[in-house]
Design a protein around this ligand. Structure first.
Ligand SMILES: *Cc1c(COP(=O)(O)O)cnc(C)c1O
Length: 373
């Protein structure tokens, strides 16, 4: 039997979108026909479908995931003088959103097994200026909603979800987007629900907050007159073509997520001892936006994967609190700092098959052999 040495892409975006080509083309022609390119009927339809999918009352389509977070904070009235608790291990956008409303990110450490926000660290970081805690559902796994929610409730601060990597994830049966005051989603093309360009959404159970965010994202326009602006807003709206394509893709999201779960289970069964998978909380149903392991000799492992034609990524090698633009927030967060040196994202796609997983694990077995465990 000859071994399959085909390259394994980090993310099979062509495979994910290829199957939807005809539906995308239908969405394009529909929008060309009616000509309402921004905020057309496709946007309202997608917002209703996505709110329903998240078991939430409202969804507001916006320009991207970073805007979604910023608009939530602005909608909550968070700004200068306020602090927002952010895990050190996240994509920089989480911190950026806090800074753009004029508030200060207060970085806290993560748990060593899941690499998600440590609820005790969040509890300890709360002070009189704390206005919110952003729970980042990183890699496709929701934070410990019971404990993070309890910390936020105890101190009377908002629990905001960064659900950019967690479309369809659950914790104790509850969907990402349904548990916090509001959640920010990203539809960046590589996300579990990826658009044909930049896009995002705010999802919330709070109709009043939703109305305010909808207006903030549309120049602060007053609800009853398009010529009056009762809020100082900005422009962050969803395009009709993007929304039409997202509706088509949303119908297959659960099946796509199931493909990711299957691939991850195969990884966990076959990974060598030198590659430790990120743990899953027993109450979490993760959707594996990323398949992350920790290795000791990362540089060598990455080199070996590249030579074997296997894609990989690093999410994220520079913890936010050590990044150049955030240097003034510097303090030591040892778990996030140690993990940043060891984390490695393996190929992950809804289409990843068992032969591909086996091949990645075989290469990893050779690459991690002899490394200190
Ligand atoms: C992708 C991402 C964002 C930002 O989303 P954009 O659509 O790229 O602006 C925010 N937070 C996390 C955790 C992300 O992965």
């Amino acid at each position: 039997m000859s071994e399959n040495l085909e390259p394994v892409p980090f993310l099979d975006l062509a495979g994910v979108n290829g199957a939807l080509r005809e539906e995308y083309e239908r969405a394009f022609s529909g929008v060309l026909d009616h000509g309402k390119f921004i905020g057309g009927p496709e946007v309202a339809a997608f917002e209703a479908e996505f709110a329903d999918y998240c078991s939430a009352r409202e969804a507001i389509g916006v320009g991207n995931g970073t805007d979604a977070l910023e608009l939530i904070l602005a909608g909550l009235g968070i700004g200068p003088g306020d602090e927002v608790i952010v895990p050190a291990n996240t994509f920089i956008a989480t911190a950026e959103a806090v800074c753009y409303v004029g508030a200060r990110p207060r970085f806290v450490d993560v748990l060593p097994d899941t690499l998600l926000l440590d609820p005790d660290a969040a509890d300890a970081a709360v002070n009189k200026n704390t206005a919110a805690i952003i729970g980042v559902h990183l890699f496709g796994q929701m934070v410990d909603v019971d404990r993070v929610g309890a910390v936020a409730a105890k101190h009377g601060v908002a629990f905001v979800e960064d659900a950019a990597q967690a479309h369809g994830a659950r914790f104790a049966g509850q969907r990402a987007g349904s548990v916090g005051v509001a959640a920010g989603f990203s539809f960046y093309p590589g996300k579990n629900l990826g658009a044909l360009g930049d896009a995002g959404a705010v999802v919330t159970q709070d109709a009043e907050l939703a109305g305010k965010i909808r207006r903030l994202a549309d120049h602060g326009r007053s609800a009853d007159s398009r010529f009056h602006h009762d809020l100082r807003g900005r422009n962050s709206r969803m395009d009709s073509v993007i929304a039409g394509a997202l509706s088509a893709k949303l119908r297959g999201l659960d099946a796509a997520n199931a493909g990711r779960v299957r691939a991850w289970e195969q990884y966990v069964a076959q990974l060598p001892a030198g590659a430790t998978p990120v743990a899953r909380h027993p109450k979490a149903e993760a959707v594996y936006h990323l398949g992350v392991v920790q290795v000791e000799n990362r540089e060598q492992v990455c080199k070996t994967l590249t030579e074997a034609g296997i894609g990989w990524g690093l999410h994220y090698p520079v913890p936010c609190h050590l990044d150049a633009a955030y240097g003034d927030f510097r303090e030591s967060l040892p778990v996030a700092e140690a993990a940043a040196e060891r984390i490695l994202s393996l190929p992950m796609s809804p289409t990843l098959d068992s032969a591909q997983v086996a091949r990645v694990c075989n290469v990893l077995r050779d690459a991690t052999r002899g490394a200190p465990a």
